[in-house]
Every structure is written in C-alpha cells, then in structure tokens.
Design a protein around this ligand. Structure first.
Ligand code: 6PG
Length: 486
C-alpha cells in the first residue's frame, strides 16, 4: 500500500455516535497510531463530537460514502448502534460501499445466532464480519473495555492490534483476544452477561440477608461490602454495590436503595444465555434464577395478591454468631458455582459451533474492563492453566477447597433464609446444584421409572448394559429393548 493510499486517511471508523460510540471513538483517537473516522445518521451528533473534542483529530463524514472514502484499506468500521434492525440497516449501507477484504465490526449486544448468519452472508461477498462483545459500559468504552471479538483470523490480523490499543489492561495484558470464529465473540459476551446477572443476584441476596436477618442499615452493609472488596470477593460489582448502598436520596434523605422500586428490568442477554445453555443441555441455575428473580420482582399483581392472601410470615431468625462471615462464604461458594456453570456453557457452545475457544484466555480478558472484572478471574485462569481438561471448575483444587471451607456456612445461610421466609434463589439453587453433583444416587432413577410407565421411554440399569422397558400395563415383567425414539 502506498503512502498516498493511507495519507490523511483513518485506520479505523466508528458508526453510531451515541454515548458508547462516541466514547469508543474518543478512546481510539487518544491512542498512538490511530486516526478515527466518525459517522452518525443524524449529522448533528457528528458535529457535536468533533466540536467538543478537537484534540481527537476525528475525520467526520456526512455520508456513508464519505465515511468509506476516509478509511485506508482494508477499511475497518465498528458499528455502535442499537442491536437488531439498526445494525442491519448500517450493515446494508456498508455492504454498498465496502470492498473485498474490508472489515465490518458489530460492537453491540447482538444475539450470536444473528452474527453467525451475518458473517456467512457477508463472507460470500468477500467482506469480513466480526461480532465483538464490548463490556464495561460507557466508562469502559472511554477508558478501556474488555473486548470479545469473533470473526475470521484474517480480520483479526488487522482488527486485533487496533483493539489492543484501547482495551483495558490486566496483569500487564490487554483485555482482548480473538475468541473464535463467526459468532464466538458475541456468544462469549452473552455468557459474560449471564454471569453478570448471577453475580448481581447473589450480591442482592447477600444484601437482603444482611438487612433483614443481620438488621444492618444500607450504609453499614456498604461497610461490609467494602471490607469484602479487599479480599477474595474483590470485584467491580462488589465495589459499586457499596457505592449504591451508601447513596442517599436527595429528595427524602433516605437511602437511595429504599426509594428505588423493587422491580428489576433486563434487556435480554440473560434470557438468551438461559435459552442457549438449556438448548445445549447445560444447567445454568445461577443465571436462570437471576433471570427469574428479575421476572418475579416485576409481577406486582401476583406479589400483591400473595401478600394479601398470607396472614402470617415466618419470624426472622436470629442472625447468630459470625452471620456476615457466613453470608460472605455462601456468596463466594455460590459465585464459584455460577462461574463454573457459565464456563460449562462456553465449552458446550464451542463444541456445538466448532469454535476453538481458549477458556483461560477468556478468563484473562475478563480480569479488567468488563462488568464482572474481579481478582477471582485469576483463579479461573490458574485452574485452566493447571488442567484445561477438568470436567467442571469445581473440580479444580482451589475451587474444591474453597467450597468445602464455605460449605457449612452456606448450608446455615440457606437454612436460615428458608426459615425466615427470605428468598435466596441464587444461593439455594447453587447449593442444590453442588449437592446434586456430590450425590451418589439421584432421584432421576424414579423419573426414568415414571417416564417408562406413562411413555415407554425406556431406562438403563446400574447392574448391566442395555436398554429396558417394564410392561407396566401387562404382567410388569421387564424386557430388553431399543432406546425410545418418540
Ligand atoms: C456490559 C453490560 C452491558 C449492559 C448490560 C445491561 O458488559 O457492559 O453487560 O452489556 O449494560 O448487559 O443488561 P441488562 O439490562 O439486561 O441488565
């Protein structure tokens, strides 16, 4: 490529200049070696960004053609618009003006199935399409997100070095890696969001217990979280929880958490995670219970009806000795289960879609920039470095020891919550998942008997090979048969 081809051109472009897009563009422009082209459907935003940040040296474009012409080849553009139709429209426009070998990056929270389809369609046209999860919110986009790009290795050759200039840095390494081909990046971002839901739910349950059983005020609970944040639970979510709990509402002077309506919303990535993992046969109870807890909280009519129906609620149990320590141990054990389940889903997704995902590399790029960033991720890096073939993270010696050390407290907390009538779906489902894995015999044997009784769905035996069916409506003798197909 001659100098004239690159002279005065941008090496990277951003389309969609709302806060996330503008912050990402500013981050890119602030890094050595980047010249950034910017375009927004409504030109006012483009003007505003270039006027507010002259130091960025943006190359503004008023049309998609002008945008394309301002980019050196292979043209590389990051789309930062609403997932769905908005992204479709921009891809359509870029397909008109981009040429063979150019790279279109979707930086939104797009469903990975859409990304797989888009990547296939665009690669037929000689274009590279990359679905890249970008985590860390508006601040992360500006200061350093964790970035999870998929797409082809060819695209990553150009895109990777650019993303490395803006990604967060953890333990001296940029929080970006080529996750895998086609939709692998958006798949891993989806799992990140699912784990984020589980993490947030477990923290919320800890808060609820410290408040209702521990009798602590929000500001006191903030102190507890602050203390936890200096230990193994150190994480962005624990840190911001202390901030939220300390915040006073200006209008009433009350703790802000007490004036916020207790009905949680969601944009859908948690639901996708549960749907996808369930389809892959992977139990992600921690993530599912977090999704369901948000749904239950948003059923005011059912909640009001139930509260009206019930005369007496159980008495809140005594907190007893070391209650906060017990909650901390229950939180850590439940968190380990949720992350183990999340990584199980990544393994199953990689298998299903033929992605070669390096689990340790994913844990590494989650150590900084993203919403679930935490010291804890180093433990996952270590686990997979020690033995990447472990059947579950809970098998890793560190995890196994930490869960064993927390087990008694975990059981006390779940029991105390149940006796007090306090919902802890995250804690209790994690404990039941652990107990299910640890049980020599499960009641699934009875389920198999039931299925065989009403559906002749057959069963296997513990004492010999083969597939069997009992003639329930006949003489109840057992026959050897073929696995049922209906
Ligand atoms: C991130 C966040 C981001 C989004 C949340 C909110 O990684 O930066 O996860 O993607 O803010 O996913 O999602 P909900 O509205 O579903 O909680």
């Amino acid at each position: 490529m001659t100098d004239s081809d690159t002279q005065g051109k941008a090496n990277i472009g951003v389309i969609g200049l709302a806060v996330m897009g503008s912050n990402l563009a500013r981050n890119l422009a602030s890094r050595e070696g980047n010249t950034v082209a910017v375009y927004n459907r409504s030109p006012e935003r483009t003007d505003l960004l270039t006027e507010e940040h002259p130091e960025a040296g943006f190359i503004p474009a008023k049309s998609i053609e002008e945008f394309a012409n301002s980019l050196s080849k292979p043209r590389t553009a990051i789309i930062m618009v609403q997932a769905g139709k908005g992204t479709d429209a921009v891809i359509e426009q870029l397909t008109e003006v981009f040429e063979e070998g150019d790279i279109i990056v979707d930086g939104g929270n797009t469903n990975f199935n859409d990304t797989i389809a888009r990547e296939a369609a665009l690669s037929d046209k000689g274009l590279n399409f990359v679905g890249a999860g970008i985590s860390g919110g508006e601040e992360g986009a500006l200061k350093g997100p964790s970035i999870m790009p998929g797409g082809s290795a060819e695209a990553y050759e150009t895109l990777g070095p650019i993303l490395e200039t803006i990604a967060a840095v953890a333990e001296g390494e940029p929080c970006v890696t080529h996750v895998g081909t086609d939709g692998a990046g958006h798949f891993v971002k989806m799992i990140h969001n699912g784990i984020e839901y589980a993490d947030m739910q477990l923290i919320a349950e800890s808060y609820d217990l410290l408040r209702r059983v521990g009798g602590l005020e929000p500001a006191e609970i903030a102190d507890v979280f602050e203390e936890w944040n200096s230990g193994e639970l150190e994480s962005y979510l624990i840190e911001i929880t202390a901030e939220v709990l300390r915040q006073k509402d200006e209008e009433t002077g009350e703790p802000l958490v007490d004036v916020i309506l207790d009905q949680a919303g969601s944009k859908g990535t948690g639901v996708w995670t549960v749907q996808t993992a369930t389809g892959l046969g992977v139990p992600v109870g921690g993530i599912a219970e977090a999704v369901f807890a948000r749904a239950v909280s948003s059923k005011p009519a059912q909640r009001a009806a139930m509260q009206k129906m019930i005369e007496a609620r159980p008495e809140i149990q005594e907190a007893g000795e070391n209650f906060a320590d017990d909650v901390q141990k229950a939180l850590y054990a439940s968190k380990m289960v949720a992350y183990a389940q999340g990584f199980d889903a990544i393994i199953a997704g990689a298998e299903e879609h033929g992605w070669n995902i390096d689990k340790g590399a994913v844990a590494k790029i989650w150590r900084g920039g993203c919403i679930i960033r935490a010291q804890f991720l180093n433990r996952i890096v270590d686990a997979y470095e020690n033995d990447s073939s472990i059947s579950t993270l809970l098998e890793d010696p560190y995890f196994a020891k930490a869960v064993a050390e927390g087990e008694a407290a975990w059981r006390r907390i779940v029991a105390k919550a149940a006796l007090s009538g306090i919902p802890v779906p995250g804690f209790s489902s994690a404990l039941s998942y652990y107990d299910a894995l640890a049980s020599e015999r499960l009641p699934a044997s009875l389920v198999q008997g039931q299925r065989d009784f009403f559906g002749a769905h057959t069963y296997k035996r513990v004492d010999k090979e083969g597939v069997f069916h009992t003639l329930w409506s006949g003489d109840r003798s057992e026959i050897e048969t073929e696995p049922s197909t209906h």
